[in-house]
Design a protein around this ligand. Sequence first.
Ligand code: 5GP
Length: 128
Amino acid sequence: MTYVYDDQNIFAKILRGEIPNDTVYEDEHALAFRDIQPQAPVHVLVIPKGPYVTYDHFADTATDAEIIGYTRAIGKVCALMGVEPGTGGQGFRTISNAGEDGVQEVPHLHTHILGGRPLGRMLERAAD
Ligand code: 5GP
């Protein structure tokens, strides 16, 4: 697998503090901030701090500590946002778009956490 990370992407700029963001959580491995165009009452993006383009890139090349840290950060954000079913929340959906068919807009791995309303079915059934 060959990935070239573009360090001028918008999330790299957010990580460097060059562009403001509405942070909801941050630790050594991850930053979570509200999506600028929310599609649900809760719409937070969780990004790893390292230079990874997609989930498969991250899963293949990140350290165990980064993978554990990022995964745990996603869980913490769900709890912070009050959508975690295990603690009384109404549930959520995580989405990580990759590449052209995944319609990935920003080439830095991010996981969308969506919730706060019924989200409907996962995908509209389109003609193949
Ligand atoms: P993708 O389609 O790559 O999975 O989603 C990228 C997301 O990033 C979109 O939901 C878009 O609204 C969000 N986004 C793009 N630019 C910015 C920005 O400058 N700040 C924030 N907070 N979100 C952004």
